[in-house]
Design a protein around this ligand. Structure first.
Ligand SMILES: Cc1cc2nc3c(=O)[nH]c(=O)nc-3n(C[C@H](O)[C@H](O)[C@H](O)COP(=O)(O)OP(=O)(O)OC[C@H]3O[C@@H](n4cnc5c(N)ncnc54)[C@H](O)[C@@H]3O)c2cc1C
Length: 461
C-alpha cells in the first residue's frame, strides 16, 4: 500500500530553494497542462510542477522527495499514449524541459551526448550538419528522456532498432538522490550488469535519466519511398513477410488498412483507399537503391498489387512520411467528438498475419469502426478504435483484452513501443509471470518508498 505525504508549503519552499523560485509552480493552468498525456486515460493533477535545470537539481529534488515520501513523476513533453507520465498519485511533477541541450557531438564516433529534455526532432536538425541522425522516430516530437524511458520506436525501427538499440551510456538520478553513470562510449561493452538497459523502458519508475549518450547513423546518401496498394489485407500482409524475407534491408515497412488509408487520403495524402504498404529503402549507392526497389516491386507485382509507385524526390517523400506520422492527429481531427483507444501489440513476424486476422475478426464481431495502422516490418500493429461513451469504451476494452491475450499466446507482447503506463499494467502478470516479481524486487531495491512514478507498470494490488 502506497502511503505518501501531501506537498505542504514548506516543501514548495524547499523545492524553490533547489531549482529557483521561477522554476516551481502550483498554478492551476500548469497543473492542468501536466495532468494528461495524449491518451484517453483520466487526467490527474500533480500538487506542484518543478522544472529542473541540471542533474544535481534533479538528484536534490529526489533526495527531498525520498526523505519526505512524496511521489515524483518525470515529464518529457507528455506525448505518451498509455498514461505513462500522468501523476496519478499527485506529488511533484518533475519536468525535464529546461535540460534540453546537446552536450557534445562525437561526430567521428557517430555519437551524441545530450540532456534528456531535448526533443529528438530538434536534435536531429542540429545533427544534420554533421550528416548524422538518431533513427528512432515516434510520431510526436518526443524528448530523448521520454523516448528512452518508454523505449520508444517508430517507422525506421525495422532497420535501425528501437531506442534501446541506440543508447550507449546514461547518467541517472536515483530515488535517494545518488547520481550514477551506466555504460560507456565504447560500442562493445561487457563490464558487468547492463544497467543502461535496466533504466531504458522503466518509464521513470526506477530513476530519472539526466544525460544520455546515443548511437547515431549517417544520413543515407540515397533513399526511395514506395507505396503499394493491394486488393485485400491478407495479400498486403503476405507482402510484408515476403519483403522482409527477401533480404532487402527496408528502412520502413508500414501497413495501413482501407479505413486508415482512406482517412489519410481525405487529408491530402495521394494514396488509394485500399490496404496499403508504405516503404522506404536507404542506400549508399544508386545501384543498390535501384536493385532494392526492383526486388520490392517484383514481390508486389507477383502478388498482383493494384498499384506500386517509387518516389525518389525528397520533398514528396517527406510529405508522405509526415502524413504517416500525423495519422493519429488526423484521426482525431476527422472525428472531433470521439476519443481514441490505441492498441500496441507486437508479435514475431511469422505470426503477423494471424494477429491482424484476429484483430479484424474482433472488429467485425463488435461491429465497430476501427483503423489498423502497423509498423508491419516489426510485427507491431496499432488497432485504433474511436469511442465516445462508457458503453463503447467497455466494448473497446474487451477487444483490447482479447487482442492482447492473442498476442501473448503468439509469443508476442502487450506493447511494442508505447510502454505499459496505466493501460497495459493489468496484462503484466500474464506477460511476465514470476519475472514481474523480480521487477517488483528491483523497484523496491532502487525506490524503497515507491516515490518514482507510482501506479505505473505494476497492476494495482
Ligand atoms: C501522434 C503520436 C504518435 C506517436 N507515435 C509513436 C511511435 O511511432 N512510436 C512510439 O514509440 N511512440 C509513439 N508515440 C508515443 C510517444 O510519443 C512516445 O512514447 C514518447 O517516447 C514519449 O516521449 P515524451 O517526451 O512525450 O515523454 P512523456 O510522455 O513525457 O513521458 C514518457 C514516460 O517517461 C518518463 N520520463 C520522461 N522523461 C524521463 C526521464 N528523463 N527519465 C526517466 N523517465 C522519464 C515519464 O514519467 C513517462 O513515464 C506517439 C505519440 C503521439 C501523440
Amino acid at each position: 500500500m502506497l502511503d505518501f505525504t501531501p506537498v505542504a508549503t514548506t516543501i514548495v519552499d524547499k523545492l524553490a530553494a533547489i531549482v529557483g523560485k521561477e522554476n516551481v509552480s502550483t498554478g492551476e493552468s500548469e497543473l492542468d497542462l501536466h495532468s494528461h498525456d495524449q491518451s484517453f486515460h483520466e487526467p490527474h493533477r500533480a500538487e506542484v510542477i518543478v522544472w529542473a535545470n541540471n542533474a544535481q537539481e534533479v538528484a536534490d529534488v529526489l533526495k527531498l522527495a525520498h526523505n519526505k515520501h512524496i511521489p515524483v513523476t518525470p515529464w518529457g513533453v507528455g506525448s505518451s499514449l498509455e498514461g505513462n507520465p500522468i501523476p496519478i498519485h499527485g506529488g511533484i511533477l518533475l519536468s525535464l524541459r529546461n535540460m534540453n541541450h546537446v552536450i557534445d557531438v562525437h561526430a567521428d564516433d557517430f555519437q551524441v551526448t545530450v540532456q534528456p529534455g531535448k526533443p529528438y526532432k530538434d536534435m536531429n536538425k542540429d545533427l544534420s550538419k554533421h550528416g548524422l541522425f538518431f533513427p528512432p522516430d515516434p510520431g510526436a516530437n518526443a524528448t530523448i528522456g521520454g523516448m528512452l524511458a518508454n523505449n520508444a520506436a517508430g517507422i525506421r525501427t525495422v532497420k535501425y532498432g528501437a531506442s534501446k538499440d541506440n543508447v550507449l551510456a546514461l547518467q541517472v538520478a536515483l530515488a535517494d538522490g545518488r547520481l550514477i553513470r551506466t555504460g560507456s562510449r565504447s560500442i562493445k561493452q561487457s563490464a558487468g550488469y547492463n544497467l543502461t538497459q535496466v533504466f531504458v523502458g522503466s518509464e521513470g519508475t526506477l530513476g530519472i535519466i539526466t544525460e544520455a549518450t546515443l548511437k547515431l547513423s549517417p544520413v543515407p546518401e540515397y533513399s526511395s519511398t514506395m507505396i503499394a496498394a493491394f486488393e485485400t489485407v491478407e495479400v498486403a500482409i503476405e507482402a510484408v513477410v515476403l519483403i522482409k524475407g527477401s533480404g532487402v534491408d527496408v528502412a520502413a515497412l508500414e501497413f495501413l488498412d482501407t479505413p486508415a488509408s482512406q482517412t489519410l487520403a481525405s487529408r491530402g495524402l495521394d494514396i488509394e483507399p485500399s490496404p496499403t504498404l508504405l516503404m522506404e529503402v536507404h542506400n549508399a549507392h544508386a545501384e543498390s537503391q535501384e536493385a532494392d526497389v526492383a526486388t520490392v516491386r517484383e514481390i508486389c507485382d507477383e502478388l498482383d498489387a493494384a498499384s506500386f509507385i517509387a518516389i525518389v524526390d525528397h520533398t514528396q517523400a517527406q510529405a508522405i512520411w509526415h502524413a504517416r506520422h500525423q495519422a493519429y492527429e488526423t484521426l482525431i481531427r476527422a472525428f472531433p467528438d470521439m476519443k481514441f483507444h490505441v492498441m500496441d501489440v507486437a508479435v514475431p513476424l511469422s505470426k503477423y498475419p494471424e494477429i491482424v486476422a484476429f484483430a479484424r475478426q474482433e472488429i467485425a464481431n463488435a461491429g465497430t469502426m476501427a483503423f489498423l495502422i502497423g509498423h508491419a516490418g516489426d510485427g507491431n500493429i496499432h488497432v485504433t478504435i474511436p469511442w465516445k461513451d462508457a458503453d463503447s469504451l467497455a466494448k473497446v476494452k474487451a477487444m483490447n483484452s482479447a487482442i492482447v491475450h492473442k498476442a501473448l499466446a503468439l509469443d508476442g507482447t502487450a506493447t511494442g513501443e508505447h510502454g505499459v503506463g496505466i493501460g497495459k499494467a493489468p496484462y503484466m502478470p500474464d506477460e511476465h509471470g514470476t519475472g514481474l516479481d523480480v521487477m517488483r524486487q528491483l523497484k523496491n531495491m532502487l525506490d524503497p518508498h515507491g516515490i518514482l512514478n507510482p501506479g505505473k507498470i505494476f497492476p494495482a494490488d
